[in-house]
Design a protein around this ligand. Structure first.
Ligand code: URA
Length: 240
């Protein structure tokens, strides 16, 4: 399918549409070997387009695994806070190989939650991962203050009542360590409601102090991946 050259460049390089127009105007772009300065030129996949001498390929669908740091919003843009897409733009290697438009995080982690977040432009995959009907597991590590109710794991397994609003789907709770003041838990959910882990923990007597997502479906957060790090991954690593 033929597309405008300025659009093709911004979709398949780290440049915005206006940066692409400037690159064109300054002669940094060639089409099939000849410098081309006209953004409206129609190009298709069979044309060889270069930017600063480097061939541009159709980027297509991308999948990025981010170990989200606390303090960053799981959103595409925000007027006040840094978002996970801002983090992508700040990483030169990722920025260069990502389309500038159409990327979004798959679901949300709270601002103060760390851990596994997938960023993609694949709407179908995102729908399949988030659809309640698909029961995709999400696993969290939660460090909590307080004394855990003795029957917490059973209540999670049955489906715990959260406030007056809803009964959660059955979930797995494993105690990693505990004493009378605090505990570390692993929790596996198949839903993704607002503050769900925090609210479910509250129902069994403890308050989450630190929360990290460590698995989403088949995809496990590597233990040695630093907080804030990101990398391209293969779709198969997510879907199995
Ligand atoms: N549950 C929460 O409470 N917060 C998150 O960020 C994710 C799940």
């Amino acid at each position: 399918m033929a597309d405008r050259l300025d659009k093709f460049i911004s979709e398949n390089s780290g440049l915005t549409r206006s940066e692409a127009k400037k690159a064109l105007a300054s002669g940094r772009v060639t089409v099939n070997g000849a410098v081309c300065k006209k953004g409206e030129t129609k190009v298709s996949e069979s044309d060889r387009v270069t930017l600063d001498g480097n061939g541009l390929k159709v980027i297509g669908q991308v999948y990025i695994l981010l170990n989200k740091p606390a303090g960053v919003l799981s959103a595409t843009e925000d007027t006040r806070d840094r978002t996970v897409l801002d983090l992508l733009k700040e990483d030169p290697e990722i920025r260069e190989s990502c389309p500038r438009n159409g990327l979004f995080p798959v679901g949300r982690l709270d601002k103060d939650t760390e851990g596994l977040l997938i960023i993609t432009n694949d709407g179908v995959l995102s729908h399949n991962l988030l659809s309640p009907a698909k029961h995709v597991e999400k696993e969290y590590l939660a460090v909590c203050d307080g004394e855990l109710a003795k029957d917490a794991a059973d209540r999670f397994a049955e489906g715990i009542q959260v406030g007056e609003e809803y009964k959660a789907k059955p979930a797995k709770l494993t105690v990693v360590s505990e004493n009378e003041n605090e505990c570390t838990l692993k929790i596996v959910l198949t839903e993704g409601r607002f503050h769900q882990v925090k609210r479910m923990c509250h129902e069994v007597g403890v308050e989450v102090r630190y929360l990290k997502r460590i698995r989403f479906g088949e995809l496990v957060l590597p233990e040695d991946m630093p907080v804030g790090a990101m990398k391209f991954i293969d779709k198969k690593e997510i879907t199995g």
